[in-house]
Design a protein around this ligand. Structure first.
Ligand code: E4P
Length: 217
């Protein structure tokens, strides 16, 4: 499973990138707002650091507006994936932009039917939002499984990009379900390294080592 990093914070991206943990990036208007930076400037920096697709989101609500904004965002770098919302207008924009050979990430997907439409409109990525479904007591992971099955049934090449990831469990479950990509906040990716038995085991090893009085260096 590919890891995309869901942030516009450059330092956090750089830290994960140094370990080879970053296969791409995703941003959205809320993340740009949080960064406090200019969308072009910060997206260009992310694109330069990340070896893989970086999603930048349109904000128009009509298809023509999304297409124009998408073309503008695509000028930032060659690895831009244009993000459009899963509305009828977004699907129209996806069809046009993907027809121009551009990567399109269709976002705010909350149903298998929506994912099916995005694949038919030529999306490179579909972004089902797990956490926001969980928030309203609908199993977000079940949606990942449903989309995986539907895409596999018909050989759609659209990649399943699990989004709105809130927990480390979401990451391992998405990998088990066969999501192509998971985009997660840096803190979630770092938390995947943690286990209480690792901490406990390390404490015990260090205590015993101290008793030997030896040194390695
Ligand atoms: C990614 O592309 C999405 O914009 C992001 O994962 C949304 O996450 P949230 O529901 O935690 O805001």
């Amino acid at each position: 499973m590919k890891f995309f990093v869901d942030t516009a914070e450059i330092d956090a991206i750089a830290e994960l990138n140094a370990l080879g943990m970053v296969d791409g990036g995703t941003t959205n208007p809320s993340l740009i707002m949080k960064s406090g930076r200019d969308i072009r400037e910060v997206t260009e920096e992310i694109c330069a650091r990340v070896d893989g697709p970086v999603s930048a989101e349109t904000v128009a609500t009509d298809a023509d507006g999304m297409i124009a904004e998408g073309r503008e965002l695509a000028k930032i770098a060659d690895n831009i994936a244009i993000k459009v919302p899963l509305t009828w207008a977004g699907l129209q924009a996806c069809k046009v932009l993907s027809g121009e050979g551009r990567m399109v990430n269709v976002t705010l997907c909350f149903s298998a039917n929506q994912a099916l439409l995005a694949a038919k409109a030529g999306a490179s990525f579909i972004s089902p939002f797990i956490g926001r479904l969980d928030d309203i007591n609908i199993d977000g992971l079940e949606l990942i499984a449903d989309i995986r099955q539907i895409y596999d049934n018909y050989g759609y090449e659209t990649e399943v990009l699990a989004a709105s990831i809130r927990t480390v469990n979401h990451m391992s479950e998405c990998a088990k379900l066969g999501a192509d990509v998971a985009t997660a906040p840096p803190a979630v990716i770092k938390k995947m390294a943690e286990h209480p038995l690792t901490d406990k085991g390390l404490d015990a090893f260090l205590a015993d080592w101290a008793k030997t009085g030896q040194k390695i260096l």
